[in-house]
Unconditional design. Sequence first.
Length: 116
Amino acid sequence: MAEVFWFKVRDEGGGDLRTYPKKGVDDAIARMDGAKVWGSAEEVDDQDLDADGLYVPPQGRLHDLSPRNRALIERLAIDIENGDDWDRVDITGADLNRALDAARAEGPGQSATLGR
């Protein structure tokens, strides 16, 4: 198993950090001078990595959410299947599901973080 992360790299044009479209292992992120997005770790089969140590998460991550968390996303009107809204979250559906459940378990008035 390999541990992969979302990561950010410098935009060639303006030098701004942008999320790379694939997840990567530590070595791949270091080669690209990237910065990990903490809280986005995922374990994948080694065979799912390309030759550069990068991983393309499957599309359709909406199915990763529990019915309760999916209802929350729908109430917030976040378009997680199309457009840029999902990109602003910087985590997978499974990670978002865990974060929402953890925040709910902490209760009202508590500060839940995503490890960033």
